[in-house]
Design a protein around this ligand. Structure first.
Ligand SMILES: Cc1cc2nc3c(=O)[nH]c(=O)nc-3n(C[C@H](O)[C@H](O)[C@H](O)COP(=O)(O)OP(=O)(O)OC[C@H]3O[C@@H](n4cnc5c(N)ncnc54)[C@H](O)[C@@H]3O)c2cc1C
Ligand code: SF4
Ligand code: SF4
Length: 401
């Protein structure tokens, strides 16, 4: 392993299940059905895939119709899906501290030479440089998902595969739950893998890594978080675009820039430019409760805020992040950023937005885990309260939970 992980953020000293065990009656368990009621049926799921990654019995799959988690076999009530879900049991802000982890260094970066990518192409160039320097064996990124609105997680092991996956996909893929399978399918033996994800995906990965709950995720030696304040539900985004007369097949790329959602064709011409807030109805409702716009649990954060057009802001948050940027310098054209006020202001704004939406307190000093009872206490009576199970699924739960 070449890039040693160095979280650079508070160690988690408590196993969340120990605390949960203390807080509950001995017979009380948290089952997937509880997660379903509190998160999925309550329309708060952000499709990060942490529950799927955390489940030791592989009982969670992806509902083909909704793209959300669903029970596919017996649930043992072990509580892990609950414990690692950033919309329920995982107090994600505890991973970083509410004011955020300090970045060790900051750069405005474009790929050296010609590049493809959403902004400066820095993430793709960084990964390609690391791959060719032998620092990593592959990277879990998001490749072509059939149209420009969606993507599919892939384990890229060549520069060509990385370039094919450049750009941003604004819908979620249950990515973390699919990492194990991608590694197994690759045939790589004990690989070192970089993971690129939205902050919620990185939160789940960081919690699983620090609590050493997932052997396959132990292959992830570098995490890169994309700056993010919202992601979209595919069908809702699609119908809003169609309603504006945009043909989905004619969209080559989407971007969010300066508060606008911009759709372009393959020649780069704009098909649509509109205030991204006009697409609020398509945003995942759970994203409003996310206060971690820059992915503070990651080794590196990457976004466009704070850099000129055509560059990516890269923040190295850990030693591993700094080492990775150093190791890939031949592929990067970095300018050191003395000033990160724009990104910090953006993160603060997002945190205030989250505080206004989330029914529980954001408290970076509280224990990492939130019990089912504590969740109910905070959410009951709000518009984000747990909902009854879908009647069509009740028979499954009778059989499996
Ligand atoms: C949902 C979403 C919202 C965002 N919102 C903002 C924002 O408000 N402000 C801001 O400054 N930046 C935002 N970004 C980040 C920005 O769009 C760029 O990803 C970032 O600046 C890196 O640009 P780049 O040219 O270096 O990346 P590229 O070289 O294009 O590489 C991007 C990498 O990310 C992977 N990827 C793309 N989409 C996803 C995804 N959904 N999940 C996991 N991996 C993915 C690609 O496969 C590729 O490997 C957002 C990104 C996403 C996915
Ligand atoms: S938010 Fe993530 S962890 Fe929670 S239910 Fe949805 S996919 Fe699972
Ligand atoms: S806003 Fe937060 S919860 Fe939503 S996709 Fe981005 S990181 Fe995940």
């Amino acid at each position: 392993m070449s890039i040693e992980r160095s979280p650079g953020v508070p160690e988690i000293e408590t196993d969340p299940r120990d605390r949960i065990a203390e807080a509950r009656e001995p017979t009380e368990k948290t089952w997937f059905r509880n997660l379903d009621e509190a998160v999925i049926e309550a329309d708060r799921c952000v499709q990060c895939g942490s529950c799927m990654a955390a489940c030791p019995s592989d009982s969670i799959g992806i509902d083909e119709e909704t793209g959300r988690p669903t029970l596919v076999r017996m649930c043992t009530g072990c509580s892990r899906c609950w414990d690692f879900c950033p919309r329920s049991g995982l107090r994600y802000e505890r991973l970083n501290g509410l004011e955020g982890s300090e970045a060790r260094s900051a750069y405005a970066v474009s790929a050296a030479g010609d590049h493809e990518g959403q902004n400066g192409g820095a993430v793709t160039a960084l990964l390609a440089g690391l791959l060719e320097a032998g620092e990593i064996d592959g990277a879990v990124v998001v490749g072509d998902g059939g149209d420009a609105l969606t993507g599919e997680p892939v384990l890229a092991t060549t520069r060509t595969e990385l370039l094919e996956s450049a750009g941003s996909s604004y819908t979620q893929t249950m990515q973390l739950g699919r990492v194990d399978e991608l590694i197994a399918d690759s045939g790589l033996d004990d690989p070192d893998i970089a993971l690129v994800g939205t902050p919620c995906v990185i939160q789940g990965a960081a919690a699983l890594d620090r609590l050493q709950y997932d052997d396959e995720l132990a292959s992830v030696t570098l995490t890169i978080s994309l700056v993010c304040t919202r992601s979209f539900a595919y069908e809702r985004l699609r119908s809003l675009l169609i309603g504006r007369g945009v043909e989905i097949d004619s969209i080559d790329s989407l971007e969010i820039d300066g508060g606008d959602l911009i759709a372009r064709d393959d020649g780069g011409a704009r098909l649509l430019t509109e205030d991204v807030e006009a697409f609020d109805a398509a945003a995942l409702r759970g994203c409003a409760e996310c206060s971690d716009a820059v992915g503070e649990a990651a080794d590196i954060s990457a976004g466009n805020v704070g850099s000129p057009d055509g560059k990516t802001t890269l923040l190295a948050r850990t030693e591993a992040g700094e080492a990775a940027i150093d190791a890939a310098t031949a592929d990067l054209d970095p300018d050191e950023l003395d000033e990160t006020a724009a990104l910090e202001g953006f993160a603060d704004w997002n945190r205030r937005q989250a505080e206004a939406s989330i029914p529980r307190d954001l408290d970076a000093d509280a224990p990492l885990s939130i019990t089912y009872t504590e969740h109910h206490d905070a959410y009951d009576g709000t518009d984000r309260a747990p909902e009854s199970l879908n009647p069509a699924r009740v028979h499954q739960y009778e059989e499996w939970c």
